[in-house]
Design a protein around this ligand. Structure first.
Ligand code: 4AD
Ligand code: MG
Length: 464
């Protein structure tokens, strides 16, 4: 009769049942009357369950030595709790001590508030805190909801490769994958590294995006998405950038820019709703401790349409808003985080879809608009975090794509398979990439992507 604490606290088990919970001590308090109160958590929900341990138990003296972090199995009767904020508790008739904590005084997760930086330095122990526990459950809820959303709409989940030969975004931020001996690199006549001796017989990298591979399956299966890790050798040390992050990339055949802007909005609303209903306990914690509006802003965003604005109009808004930005604004510049946040937080006060960016600041695959200056790109920008989604309609016209490849100095040979999609039954198609950690950071209000992935990888840091 072992139950997850979540089952017991939500009333899924009959009162007076004999139950066992297995978990870790969060706190212990002993009353003078010879009763010890244990708060036991097992990760299944935000609240621990209280076990009331009477001194009639033969190991009562040992029970009163338990400290935060000790592991136990508690068996007893499930009863309604008289204590505040607790639905049920356990009247223990057995406490099995499984693992003690050595030197409780130096236990790194001793029950007190720890700074977020301190927790990052203890990434192997931080899931025991209620904050990181809450993040972990919300992250899980979001990923399950994403899969459910696409499944319900008939999308196929495609696993695209992690090792690739192409730089989708063309930003030169790829990590090399190689088995060559770095001390003794093979060289050709000109002194260049000879990758023909490398594992794959050519240069290989960790993927920055599954999109190009995703397009191939979209051009046959109609609606697909990827959900997997992506890698960028980002030099930026910010709260929004990781070297390893997870991306969700739907790709839709016969869809234009407006279709996927709508898809992005529907998806975000779907997952916001999922979190609001399934993880109320954790969201209440975030609203109390991390971000006052954590719940209310999601509730209001699922109610109303997202704002939509053309890049060109967004530039006018920024130029005329009277605010002095660190990076000056003029048509043609890439929007910086400060600009995105002004638009979402001050001007629109809602997530906003920015469309039709200048082609010179965007990747080769984006579809050119009639004006010759812009491409059918879109970003979804959220208050408090900035860009969480980047996407576009793809260039489906072979001649236009070829001209663009040439203009950007890219080798047609390298893209022969990608060009085949335009030669054989080409269709208009569109897709986007959702930065999963940015979504989790936004929803929880945590604000830094390092705190919403288990083991963050950033420049200069790859512990564990
Ligand atoms: O805007 P990006 O670079 O777009 C692409 O990679 C496209 N191939 C996606 C597509 O159309 N299928 O990245 C997409 C999203 C960004 O909006 C951002 O949320 C996130 O990925 N992202 C990062 N998240 C964390 N750390 C980083 N270094 C990130 N770089 C991008
Ligand atoms: Mg982008």
């Amino acid at each position: 009769s072992h139950f997850a604490i979540a089952q017991l606290l939500k009333g899924a088990v009959a009162v007076d049942s004999q139950v066992t919970v297995k978990g870790w001590i969060r706190t212990r308090r002993d009353s003078k009357a010879g009763i010890s109160f244990l708060a036991v958590h097992d990760g299944s929900c935000f609240d621990p369950i209280q076990a009331v341990v009477p001194n009639s138990l033969n190991n009562y003296n040992e029970v009163t030595t338990l400290t935060a972090g000790c592991s136990v199995e508690v068996t007893g009767k499930l009863v309604p709790s008289e204590g505040q904020g607790q639905s049920f508790e356990i009247q223990a008739d057995e406490v099995k001590i499984v693992g003690m904590v050595e030197n409780p005084d130096t236990y790194p997760m001793a029950a007190k508030r720890h700074s977020i930086e301190y927790l990052r330095e203890h990434a192997h122990l931080r899931p025991r805190t209620n904050m990181i526990g809450a993040v972990t459950r919300v992250r899980n809820c979001l990923s399950q909801a994403i899969h459910r959303f696409y499944h319900e709409r008939g999308f196929f989940w495609i696993s695209t490769p992690i090792i690739t030969a192409s730089d989708c975004e063309g930003a030169g931020e790829m990590f090399r994958v190689s088995t060559l001996d770095m001390q003794n690199l093979p060289r050709d006549d000109k002194g260049n590294v000879d990758y023909s001796e490398d594992f794959f017989g050519k240069e290989a990298f960790l993927t920055v995006s599954g999109q190009l591979n995703g397009e191939t399956y979209c051009s046959a299966m109609s609606n697909i998405y990827t959900f997997g890790p992506t890698f960028r050798a980002e030099n930026s040390n910010t709260s929004r950038h990781l070297a390893e992050f997870w991306m969700v990339e739907p790709e839709v055949a016969f869809a234009d820019l407006n279709d996927i802007a709508k898809l992005a909005e529907d998806m975000l609303k779907y997952v916001f709703n999922a979190v609001l209903t399934e993880r109320r306990d954790d969201m209440e914690f975030f609203a109390q401790r991390i971000e006052k509006t954590a719940i209310s802003r999601l509730e209001s965003f699922v109610e109303k349409d997202f704002a939509q604005v053309d890049y060109t109009d967004a530039i006018e808004i920024l130029k005329n808003c009277g605010k002095k930005f660190e990076f000056p604004v003029e048509w043609g510049v890439d929007l910086q985080s400060e600009h995105e946040r002004y638009l979402a937080e001050v001007h629109f006060e809602a997530p906003v879809v920015i469309k039709n960016y200048p082609k010179d600041i965007k990747a080769f695959y984006m579809r050119q608009n009639e004006d010759g200056k812009t491409v059918a790109a879109m970003d979804v920008v959220a208050p408090g975090i900035g860009e969480i989604i980047g996407g576009s309609q793809r260039e489906e016209r072979l001649d236009v794509l070829d001209a663009r490849l040439e203009e950007m100095g890219l080798d047609k040979e390298d893209y022969s398979w990608y060009r085949d999609l335009r030669k054989y039954g080409t269709v208009p198609h569109s897709g986007f990439g959702l930065g999963f950690e940015r979504l989790v950071a936004y929803v929880t209000g945590m604000g830094n992507v390092r705190d919403v992935i288990a083991f963050p990888r950033t420049k200069g840091s790859a512990t564990y």
